[in-house]
Design a protein around this ligand. Structure first.
Ligand SMILES: Nc1nc(=O)c2c([nH]1)NC[C@@H]1CN(c3ccc(C(=O)N[C@@H](CCC(=O)O)C(=O)O)cc3)CN21
Ligand SMILES: CC(C)C(=O)C(=O)O
Ligand SMILES: [Mg+2]
Length: 255
């Protein structure tokens, strides 16, 4: 399995592949396909639990989905998203919550939506033995503050702030960085500047790897960001199977 160290060193020729998963069967498919990193994203909130945003997602929910994913994955690195306000308010509580995702749920690492408030926390978690993936650019847990899911880092000041925080999180010991919905050139220059791998989503083709939400890739999501891409039409497959079952029962051909 790719270890945090292997990913951190980035000693590979091909881009890193990362995909979310929230349940055991999907995680097994993702793992068997050889995806490097499986993320139990807080996107479980909108992808699976019927919420509009990731804001209401709880630690118990992420822990439950992480358990399902970790039990199904043999090879990939399992990273669990820390949900909104499960980190940051107090150091002790942040550590306890990250610890639950590792010790109880079986994640190999945690991801936090990063900011000025997560530099020290990242350092502390890493010091304690919890690998941390940082996340900058669009940080959807801040949707109520930002007011939407628009591209970030579009002004010189905003780009400089993201650059600075990226360097600070690398120095704090993060083993990789997710960069979401920022201009391609900014993502390319941060990828150049950092030693740790940068995994992009809506950040162009010059990062060290890519991540997407699995339901977007499968063609199952109700709504998708402009930068997502579907590589299948699972929704249609499911609609057809359910309709075929209904018809078979109604016309007596099943059982
Ligand atoms: N299924 C799914 N896929 C994702 O990639 C994803 C989630 N869910 N949930 C968490 C966040 C939210 N994401 C999003 C959601 C919407 C836009 C989007 O529509 N952006 C528009 C502007 C919308 C606005 O102004 O508010 C754009 O043009 O950038 C972008 C990222 C990415 N993440
Ligand atoms: C889109 C990825 C990076 C994420 O944070 C999530 O799925 O929750
Ligand atoms: Mg997330």
């Amino acid at each position: 399995m790719p270890t945090v160290r292997e990913i951190q060193r980035g000693a590979r020729d091909e881009p890193l592949t990362m995909l979310t998963a929230y349940d055991a069967p999907t995680a097994a498919i993702v793992d068997e396909a050889g995806i490097d990193v499986v993320l139990v994203g807080d996107s479980v909130g909108n992808a699976m639990l019927g919420y509009d945003t990731t804001v209401p997602v709880t630690l118990d929910q992420v822990a439950s989905h992480t358990g399902a994913v970790a039990r199904a994955v043999d090879d990939a690195l399992v990273v669990a998203d820390m949900p909104f306000l499960s980190y940051g308010a107090s150091e002790a509580e942040s550590i306890e919550n990250a610890g639950r995702l590792i010790k109880e749920a079986g994640a190999n690492a945690v991801k936090l939506e990063s900011g000025t408030h997560t530099v020290e926390l990242t350092e502390r978690l890493v010091e304690l033995g919890i690998p941390v993936m940082a996340h900058l650019g669009l940080t959807p847990q801040r949707v109520n503050q930002v007011g939407g899911y628009t591209q970030q880092g579009t002004t010189d000041d905003a780009a400089a702030e993201i650059r600075d925080l990226a360097a600070k999180h690398e120095a704090a010991g993060a083993f990789s960085l997710v960069l979401e919905h920022v201009p391609d050139e900014l993502a390319a220059s941060i990828t150049d500047a950092l030693d740790i791998p940068v995994i992009g989503i809506g950040a162009g083709g010059e990062t060290d790897g890519q991540v997407l939400v699995v339901t977007d890739v499968l063609g199952l999501s109700e709504s998708v960001p402009p930068f997502a891409e579907s590589f299948g039409d699972v929704r249609e497959e499911m609609e057809e199977a359910v309709a075929a079952y209904r018809d078979a029962v109604e016309d007596g051909s099943f059982p």
